[in-house]
Design a protein around this ligand. Structure first.
Ligand code: NDP
Length: 817
């Protein structure tokens, strides 16, 4: 048969549909205004031609925008009923849908992405995001964060250039649905679609100031997130800038969510449907020119099929049409900026220099504009930069593996943890891999699927917080439902919370059982002159009781009048490191234990404490009050034992995504949590901090109260004789403020609980935590006597979303039969 050499005819979308204006302004307080920064030109990366002039913000514009957002929050926006707020979001969703074709053209012209992607993915998903969240506005009480959740206030939001309108929708829609107002800064190179969205918002008649959009570069982003009038910061972008923002917010108490970079593994097993997998690999890395935080940029192929997969992949990539993004047949468009093109080029050059083998698609590239041909590197080793760093371009690094365990080890060998892909026909393997991959989204036999109902966000240095679905709402709500300590004398009678707490306090006092009568203590065999044995307590690390590496101890007392005296180990930096390594070793097994099993283990701790109840009461100083404290601590174990098998049911979800996929989200433990127990509540506070951390499968390094270490070390003895595996809980005594900085900076600690740290010491610890994007729970004073909420549990849970096509896997990774 004769070889058919045919080409697609050009099918360009008309740029006129974008109705670009010559000049764009900021959107502040419901009006389009000139900013006090310098005008910039935004260019079409496909042609390098200027598209429009954009006015940019100066510092005073940020003040104006934040002020407008605050005024709208304090006034008209908060006075609306939730249903009315929802109606505005419905209007925005409709507005986007009505102007979809125009928006697609604007997006493609400004960003360089293929028109078929703007048209079929970005714009419809942005509209769907507003639609989904519109419906949440009057149902927030059903979202699982308590019936009376409240908005946070003014949100400062900074977004990148890779999905300009979609990221704006991901940020604005949940913020408004939860009742907040916003100031959003799009990326300097892609401001246009956000400013068209501003027109849609103005047309929807939202009260002025509810949404403000200010343009400018990174310095304006930095000034916005650090503005004192902001209550909540949401950022999507590079891990490097995310860390800077987390550090700069240390100690401010402002709520932060970060959606950062990734280096996703896309894993292909030898039983995978290879043609479909090849489509998924292509989609995973070449969708949006690879400018995707969750791109499948590390391909892991089982060794036995690597030649076949690479050959098919190269064949398929050779057919991708690279070029004019406005052509409806284009598969891979322009790189967004000259700067990004330089980054991609230099990382690819590093691949050559480090010895990988480069293959480049033979596609022709346009003479003008920023383009990078689809590229595949083989002979890649894990240490190479192209296997470790986010390239954010159409460059795939291929590694191989022999066994599922090796695939898993390689996939998880990254500080990131945003997404992963798995290709196999085996259902059990899909679910096994999905649960063992440390990533916030796992696509099985598909890739790069997004839906407003399906939570999206990272583990580890890919950031924290979720966007989308019920889980995403938490980012914009004051959802800390742990009971707070309230100074009743100072409480404002008009503060409903304080008054409720006061009423509860009285109720609780009434409900508490009376202290048992004191027992007779006279005992004829007691020698009143007996010299007591002084006990020496060591640290509790990995299930054993080592001495402190420093060799230091200090004398601590307990009991009535300090009559119980003991030597207690004074932990050091080295002990803290040993404890982290013990906690890390224990994490795998403990996190995989069944929820039922963890529940049993926690319940057993309660039983063992009950058996030593009198001893604990004595350590606290005896008396009826302390009996009640010990009882409450025992009951707290029971409470959290009962939570272990509810977490997935309460915080997980089935996601009704649009398309032939089954998607679910499920909570998973964060990892190793370092916690500082409250200094003044040495037993109940300690248990209240520790139990929720380990109930959900985390392991813990706990710094005990320095003034009252004896209840903690006695609890360590209880734990050592319990069924809690060694290393799950590690208790260090000594000076917490000496050890905490090391834990905050330790790369293998995933999260910090600063409950026991005073306000003065928090900023430094929170800043140190930003170095590895640790999750930090830094609550105000809490009243541990009251029934706990769920915030302590949620603080150390990640939400993982899993997708799979329904029916047989079709080409393109979608569903079908
Ligand atoms: P950045 O993280 O620098 O930019 C993201 C957004 O943050 C932009 O709006 C940017 O403004 C703004 N910004 C920059 N510096 C600060 C700051 N100090 N404080 C607050 N906001 C700031 O990403 P880049 O655009 O520079 O891309 C660099 C690399 O980041 C890419 O090569 C890619 O690897 C990664 N990246 C990852 C993304 C993701 O979704 N995970 C998205 C984008 C990039 P402006 O752009 O106007 O200067």
């Amino acid at each position: 048969m004769a070889h058919l050499d045919w080409q697609y005819d050009p099918a360009p979308e008309s740029a006129a549909i974008g109705r670009l204006r010559e000049r764009y302004q900021l959107f502040v307080n419901g009006r389009f205004v000139d900013g006090r920064g310098e005008d910039v030109k935004t260019i079409n990366p496909a042609t390098e031609e200027p598209l429009a002039i954009v006015s940019t913000a100066g510092r005073a514009d940020i003040d104006d925008a934040v002020h407008a957002a605050r005024t709208a929050f304090d006034g008209p926006w908060s006075r609306l009923t939730p249903a009315q707020r929802g109606t505005y979001l419905f209007r925005i969703a409709r507005g986007i849908a009505e102007r979809a074709r125009e928006l697609a053209v604007v997006e493609t012209l400004d960003n360089g992405k293929p028109i078929k992607e703007s048209r079929d993915v970005d714009i419809p998903t942005a509209s769907a995001h507003f639609f989904h969240h519109a419906g949440w506005a009057d149902k927030l009480g059903h979202a699982g964060y308590g019936p009376a959740v409240r908005p946070l206030g003014v949100a400062g939001q900074v977004i990148p250039w890779n999905f300009p309108l979609l990221m704006a929708a991901w940020k604005i829609a949940p913020a408004l649905a939860a009742g907040n107002t916003v100031v959003l800064k799009p990326a300097e190179t892609t401001p246009l679609s956000a400013l068209v969205l501003a027109e849609i918002i103005a047309d929807a008649d939202l009260p002025p100031g509810v949404v403000n959009i200010i343009t400018g570069a990174g310095d304006i982003g930095a000034a916005l997130v650090n503005h004192p009038g902001i209550d909540k910061v949401a950022f999507t972008g590079s891990t490097e800038v995310g860390k800077q923002i987390q550090a700069s917010l240390a100690g401010t108490g402002r709520k932060l969510t970060l959606e950062l970079g990734g280096k996703a593994a896309n894993i292909v097993f030898d039983d995978a449907p290879i043609d479909q997998a090849v489509e998924g690999i292509v989609n995973g890395i070449f969708f949006n020119q690879g400018h995707v935080c969750c791109a499948g940029s590390r391909l892991l192929v089982q060794e036995s099929i690597v030649d076949e997969v690479i050959a098919k992949l190269q064949d398929r990539i050779s057919t991708l049409r690279v070029g004019d993004p406005m052509d409806k047949n284009t598969d891979v468009g322009a790189i967004n900026s000259a700067g990004q093109l330089a980054t991609i080029t230099s990382l690819a050059d590093a691949g050559d220099a480090e010895g990988a083998t480069r293959w480049t698609s033979p596609c022709p590239l346009p003479d003008r504009g920023f383009y990078f041909a689809p590229t595949v590197f083989t002979d890649v080793s894990q240490s190479m930069r192209i296997a470790r760093e986010e390239i954010f371009g159409p460059v795939l690094s291929v590694l191989t593996f022999r066994t599922p365990d090796e695939a898993l080890a390689k996939a998880n060998n990254t500080p990131y943890g945003l997404s992963a892909g798995v290709w196999t026909e085996k259902g059990s393997r899909i679910l096994g891999m999905a649960s063992a991959l440390r990533a916030g989204v796992v696509w099985a036999n598909t890739f790069n699927r997004f839906d407003p109902t399906a939570a999206f966000g990272g583990y580890q240095e890919s950031g924290f917080g979720r966007e989308g679905g019920r889980a995403g709402l938490a980012a914009y709500l004051d959802a800390d439902d742990e009971p707070r300590t309230i100074d009743l004398d100072a409480a404002d009678p008009n503060d409903a919370d304080a008054m409720l707490a006061a009423a509860l306090d009285e109720e609780i006092e009434d409900l508490l059982p009376p202290p048992p009568p004191a027992s007779a203590t006279a005992d004829p065999i007691i020698d009143p002159d007996r010299v007591a044995v002084t006990k020496t307590y060591k640290l509790f690390i990995g299930g054993a009781f080592p001495r402190s590496e420093s060799g230091r101890t200090y004398r601590a007392s307990g009991g009535v009048d300090g009559s119980i005296v003991a030597n207690v180990a004074q932990g050091s930096r080295k002990d803290a490191r040993d404890a982290v390594s013990a906690a890390r070793s224990a994490f795998g097994k403990w996190s995989r234990a069944t929820a039922y099993n963890r529940g049993q283990v926690l319940y057993r701790v309660a039983e063992l404490m009950e058996a030593r109840r009198t001893e604990f009461v004595g350590l606290l100083g005896g008396g009826g009050t302390n009996e009640r404290v010990v009882d409450a601590a025992i009951d707290r174990w029971v409470h959290y034992a009962g939570w272990t098998d509810k977490l997935a049911q309460v915080f997980g979800s089935a996601n009704p995504v649009a398309g032939p996929f089954f998607s679910f989200s499920t909570p998973e433990p964060t990892g190793v949590v370092a916690a500082v127990a409250p200094a003044d509540d040495p037993l109940l506070g300690l248990v209240a901090v520790l139990a929720p951390i380990i109930a959900s499968g985390n392991t813990c390094v706990l710094l005990a109260s320095p003034a009252w270490p004896l209840p903690a070390v006695t609890l360590a003895e209880v734990l050592a004789t319990s069924d809690v595996p060694g290393g799950v809980v590690n208790i260090l005594t000594g000076g917490p403020l000496e050890m905490a900085p090391h834990l905050a900076a330790h790369a293998d600690v995933n999260a910090l609980d600063l409950t026991g740290v005073n306000a003065a010491a928090r900023p430094d610890l929170e800043r140190a935590a930003a170095g590895t994007v640790k999750r930090v729970y830094s609550p105000g004073p809490q009243d541990f006597r009251r029934p706990p909420g769920t915030a302590r549990l949620r603080a150390f849970l990640e939400i993982k979303t899993v997708w799979h096509p329904t029916g047989a896997v079709s080409l393109g990774g979608g569903g079908g039969y």
